[in-house]
Ligand binder design. Structure first.
Ligand SMILES: Nc1ncnc2c1ncn2[C@@H]1O[C@H](COP(=O)(O)OP(=O)(O)OP(=O)(O)O)[C@@H](O)[C@H]1O
Length: 237
């Protein structure tokens, strides 16, 4: 498996403010990495650097693909266009649109305007838009923050099914350990700003263990929670 993304000794400052302090990270083909870190530690800044919207201060960030998708926290749908047309504007290909509508659980919603959709359905359309162009890397910046747990878990389940079929790489940012465990093959724990990579957890949960009541899921959740708390106590103490 080759790398699709590689960050090496990445440093980012805004004026005197050191935000990202020496991150080195590799995302491999078909890998799903979740960045878990406190507010303001530079997660969005990292995504902006990867997407070419921001420049690093020092170090290297390389991508080895030509298509990167970006899912923002708030769905950015055109309010005057239907669900179908919000997809068509990205890619005018009826077959692919129908396929993605099916995979993201949007059947029956095609002719509705975004104002008629729940927050979860809006985010499903938003993700469908990003996946329509078949990106090799999908960046997801806290896409489920405003959604109820059962809704976010059901969207992640559908995303995992899509990933099983097309095998793109995902880099997601979240504050939520359950969400991270449901999606990620790896969870990268970040410190407070100036942020460093504190630890990387390899997640080897089987498909049937990706369930918030599963014993191994709960064990991993508790292990990661303990680690995160021990780190924040170090800072407070
Ligand atoms: N263009 C900018 N100019 C100056 N400071 C910035 C700029 N962009 C971000 N910052 C600062 O960099 C820090 C990191 O911001 P960033 O949005 O990357 O954090 P984050 O980890 O994504 O936070 P959150 O989880 O709250 O979204 C913050 O202190 C922010 O104020």
């Amino acid at each position: 498996m080759g790398n699709v993304l590689k960050a090496d000794g990445l440093i980012k400052r805004f004026g005197d403010l050191l935000v990202i302090d020496n991150w080195s990270l590799e995302l491999k083909e078909g890998e799903k990495i979740v960045l878990l870190g406190p507010s303001g530690c530079g997660k969005t800044t990292f995504f902006r650097i990867v997407a070419g919207l921001e420049r690093q201060s020092e170090g290297k960030v390389e991508t080895f693909v030509d298509k990167i998708g970006y899912v923002f926290q708030e769905p950015r749908l055109l309010p005057w266009r239907t669900v179908y047309d919000n997809l068509k504007i990205i890619l005018d290909d009826e077959k692919k649109i129908k396929q993605i509508i099916g995979m993201m659980g949007l059947e029956g919603f095609e002719i509705l305007l975004p104002s008629r959709l729940s927050g979860g359905m809006k985010q499903r359309v938003n993700i469908a838009r990003s996946l329509l162009v078949q990106p090799q890397i999908l960046l997801m910046d806290e896409p489920f923050t405003s959604l109820d747990l059962n809704i976010k878990l059901s969207i992640i389940e559908d995303m995992n099914k899509m990933w099983n079929k097309s095998y793109f790489s995902i880099l997601m940012v979240t504050h939520d350990i359950k969400e991270a465990l449901m999606l990620g093959n790896k969870i990268v724990i970040l410190s407070q700003r100036p942020s460093r990579i504190l630890k990387v957890f390899d997640i080897d949960l089987l498909e049937e263990e990706k369930n918030i009541y599963d014993k191994r899921f709960l064990e991993l959740e508790s292990q990661i929670t303990k680690f995160v708390i021990s780190q924040s106590e170090k800072i407070i103490g």
